[in-house]
Design a protein around this ligand. Structure first.
Ligand code: HEM
Length: 511
């Protein structure tokens, strides 16, 4: 070997050793500065600390560990933000990095393998879905064009309540019916769920299907946290998810078929009249950035029906329940309604800016009873730092809106239902004020917030305008149970029973 080749040989050796050392150094686990949190157990992590109300367990832990904490759910890191500052980081300053959703069994089995808006991962498909919401489904023009539906359904609700005057009324049933009818006429073009003989699903059955879907989309499914025991389906949730998605699919197939038949029949003259028509038209559009397949149309339709029905009904039920605990609020509300609206007409959407007290009741209900108390979980797309702590890619992120809404530093007597706290103040629930986030904020914020607010405020205002509300004779306000159920929405555990009596001239109820 001559001297030049032996030098090359030695250099090659040195380079190899240097590269090996470097790669070893790189592989050595970095020391990560994780947020504070309880020590995890092997395998289960901190799952043992989650009670039947996980948002309350998380709230209690946040009191101990502070505004940012780390938990471990099985093998997954979970970071929880519980202050205005942390919500701002997760939903505004670093929103793009936290705009993904974790992969869960619910997303897989109940939303056509993450094809809906809520569970689809951050990326072109989801971005396109949001664009469709913004430009087509929830544009100001579109929502205005559907106002007549909201008025007709509101009238039919008022009539139902009038007809059961003086009798015990399960309020949530009436509320779910009105929001389901509004949303199904906007999305599907008709009620579909009328009690007629040839309807595919009865209204009661459909409401049960929605309750099950919401519950299963919010549950802590152990298999999501400890993937290697997923196949055991210990809680039986996956079995239920598969069953409910089959039921929805049967219904959605029927809806799409009917819509396609009309399109074919009308040919050139066809005009889209509901959201399914719009989605099917988009599915045929060759210029769409990402192809929208039939299962995507079904997934979006189901998302809109579910998102639009449950949340509004739950919010109004909480508002009336809180008022029944504090009847003096009814007096203030009806004073405002009599002064602004009078006794000879119903409240219209355009009246809302003149009804600050009614609007304050709705906001206060959303503060104390947010539909999604820890928002919908997010997932980090890349490693990042928050408040000096390391958060690694793939971490699940919760924002505890429940804790922020009860923070004594932000709210005077936070546990008290007190609409007056908002009177004379600029109130924003549309993702700009991080103290109040009933619809979330940032890229993943609820796309249906405008419609949601219209339905909540319009329904509440007219319920209060049209009727005096009391608890059944057999109950006092102390008997009223204010516990909730945790799921993707957070309804009352025991549905509210009320007695309504008309408070306007009787001819007003001839609707
Ligand atoms: C009072 C009414 C409503 C409330 C309180 C509410 C609340 C929320 C919340 C908290 C989120 C999660 C936001 C986040 O992850 O940061 C959300 C997402 C969503 N909401 Fe709503 N919502 C309401 C009404 C509606 C309506 C009427 C629709 C549609 C018809 C709707 C459709 C959706 C969809 C599709 C998402 C998923 C968005 C995404 O992941 O990109 N919601 N909603």
């Amino acid at each position: 070997m001559d001297s030049i080749s032996s030098t090359y040989y030695a250099l090659a050796w040195l380079a190899t050793v240097a590269l090996l050392l470097l790669s070893l150094r790189l592989r050595r686990p970095r020391h990560l500065n994780r947020p504070p949190g309880p020590k995890p157990w092997p395998i289960i992590g901190n799952l043992n600390l989650m009670g039947s109300h996980p948002h309350r367990s998380i709230h209690d832990l946040a009191q101990k560990y502070g505004e940012i904490m780390q938990l471990k759910f099985g093998s997954h890191n979970v970071v929880v933000g519980s202050s205005v500052e942390m919500a701002k980081v997760f939903l505004k300053t670093q929103d793009a990095n936290f705009a993904c959703r974790p992969k869960t069994a619910a997303g897989k089995y109940t939303t056509y393998n993450y094809s809906n808006i809520t569970w689809s991962p951050y990326g072109p498909y989801w971005r396109q879905a949001r664009k469709i919401c913004l430009m087509e489904l929830f544009s100001v023009k579109r929502l205005e064009s559907f106002e007549y539906i909201r008025v007709e359904e509101r009238n039919s609700m008022l009539k139902t309540i009038f007809e059961s005057s003086g009798k015990e009324l399960p309020l949530k049933d009436v509320l779910s019916t009105v929001s389901l009818n509004v949303i199904s006429r906007m999305v599907l073009g008709k009620r579909y769920l009328d009690k007629s003989e040839n309807s595919v699903v009865s209204p009661d059955e459909f409401k049960k299907m929605l309750d099950e879907l919401f519950l299963l989309n919010g549950v802590f499914n152990i298999g999501d946290s400890i993937p290697w025991i997923d196949f055991l389906d210990l809680q039986g949730y996956v079995k239920r998810m598969k069953a409910i998605s089959k039921k929805f699919d049967r219904f959605l197939e029927h809806v799409l078929d009917e819509h396609n038949v009309r399109r074919t029949k009308e040919g050139e003259k066809f005009v889209a009249t509901d959201m399914v028509d719009l989605l099917l038209q988009l599915a045929d559009d060759p210029n769409l950035d990402v192809k929208l397949e039939r299962h995507g149309v079904k997934a979006f339709t189901q998302d809109l029906l579910a998102g639009g029905t449950e949340s509004t009904a739950v919010t109004v039920e909480w508002a009336i329940s809180e008022m029944l605990k504090k009847p003096e609020i009814f007096e203030k509300a009806t004073e405002e309604l009599d002064r602004v609206i009078g006794k000879n007409r119903w409240v219209q959407e355009k009246d809302m800016p003149n009804l600050p007290y009614i609007a304050a009741i709705a906001v206060e209900a959303m503060r104390l009873h947010p539909v999604a108390p820890i928002l919908v979980p997010r997932r980090t797309r890349e490693d990042c730092k928050v408040a000096g702590y390391d958060i690694t890619e793939g971490t699940r992120v919760f924002v505890s809106v429940w804790t922020i809404g009860r923070d004594p530093k932000l709210w005077d007597k936070p546990e008290e239902f007190c609409p007056e706290r908002f009177i004379g103040k600029e109130v924003d629930v549309k993702g700009h004020d991080f103290k109040l986030l009933p619809f979330g904020a940032g890229r993943r914020m609820c796309p249906g917030y405008n419609l949601g607010l219209k339905v909540v405020e319009g329904t509440l205002a007219n319920l209060l305008h049209g009727f005096d509300w009391k608890l059944p004779n057999t109950m006092t306000k102390d008997d009223l149970n204010m516990e909730e159920i945790f799921g993707l929405s957070t309804p009352k555990k025991i549905p509210l029973l009320t007695v309504a009596r008309p408070r306007l001239p009787l001819e007003m109820y001839r609707l």
